[in-house]
Ligand binder design. Structure first.
Ligand code: IPD
Ligand code: CA
Ligand code: CA
Length: 263
């Protein structure tokens, strides 16, 4: 399978489909929001986008199954599976705010081989295929070179529904606020990860995440020279509902810090 060619096709699809999301954000009718759980929203835009993506992705790799957030298709492939978040940043979207992304990963036997995150606000398409490095709008990107947590900018996501680890999380934030350059909550985990990949953020961590939030972004971080893990430094970060990412210099220091509060 030509991962590079598939990556190009998926990037073109994300950019094309992103035009629909962009056209909807300005005049979005908030009476059309549905609630899936506490602070967990979905609209016809998420669902329509997913249908458009699934239809085309099914043509790109016909034998692949799907793990797609809105459930357009949920059949699993024996070897290949797409992991799709049609609109990452729905709360931003319904408030007329960017960033908002499309996030698509292709896995082969459980390992990601292609990742595409298209951030619609800035029109930035982040891509990676196995062994080829990571790019933004076709130009190679790399994680930052910062050496210590003290000089790092840390992205995160605040708990909005699962408050089971809230106390530990608040303690970890209090520490990081006082011992880094600062923290950001931008409302899209896929964007947080691509910001680590291109060096805008040095670190990211969040709990309560789903595979479609992180599969593509985590792979792009790795192809950009960074490291990803669960909160213990292990590899259960796609299905394990928690993940952290950092440039390779700061990674160990960051894992130890997060682990000391969150494990
Ligand atoms: C959410 C965003 C958000 C993160 C949540 C995700 P959605 O995805 O990535 O930044 O904090 O955990 O669920 O619902 O907008 O696709
Ligand atoms: Ca998401
Ligand atoms: Ca979503």
């Amino acid at each position: 399978m030509d991962y590079k060619d598939i990556c190009k096709q998926v990037a073109d699809l994300a950019i094309e489909t992103g035009k629909y999301i962009r056209s909807e954000i300005a005049g979005f009718d908030s009476s059309k929001i549905e609630t899936k759980g506490k602070n967990d929203f979905v609209s016809y835009v998420d669902k329509t986008t997913e249908k458009k993506l699934v239809e085309k992705l099914s043509q790109i790799v016909p034998e692949a199954g799907f793990i797609a957030e809105e459930g357009t298709r949920s059949d699993r492939g024996e070897v290949y599976n797409w992991i799709v978040d049609p609109l990452d940043g729905t709360t931003n979207f319904i408030h007329g705010l960017y960033p908002v992304c499309i996030s698509i990963a292709l896995q082969e036997n459980g390992k990601t081989v292609v990742g595409v995150v298209y951030e619609i606000g800035l029109g930035e398409c982040y891509t990676a295929s196995l062994g080829d490095g990571a790019c933004m709008n076709g130009k190679p990107i790399h994680v930052s070179e910062r050496k210590t947590l003290k000089e790092s900018l840390v992205g995160t996501g605040f708990p909005y529904s699962d408050y089971s680890k809230l106390d530990s999380f608040m303690k970890s934030m209090a520490d990081l606020m006082q011992n880094t350059h600062g923290m950001r909550r931008i409302g899209s985990a896929a964007t947080d990860l691509i910001y680590v990949a291109c060096g805008r953020f040095d670190c990211f961590y969040e709990y309560g995440l789903s595979p479609w939030d992180v599969a593509a972004g985590a792979f792009i971080v790795e192809e950009a020279g960074g490291k990803v893990s669960d909160f213990s430094g292990g590899d259960n970060y796609i299905f394990g509902r928690e993940m952290l990412a950092a440039n390779a210099h700061v990674f160990s220091e960051f894992v130890n810090k997060v682990k000391s509060y969150m494990e």
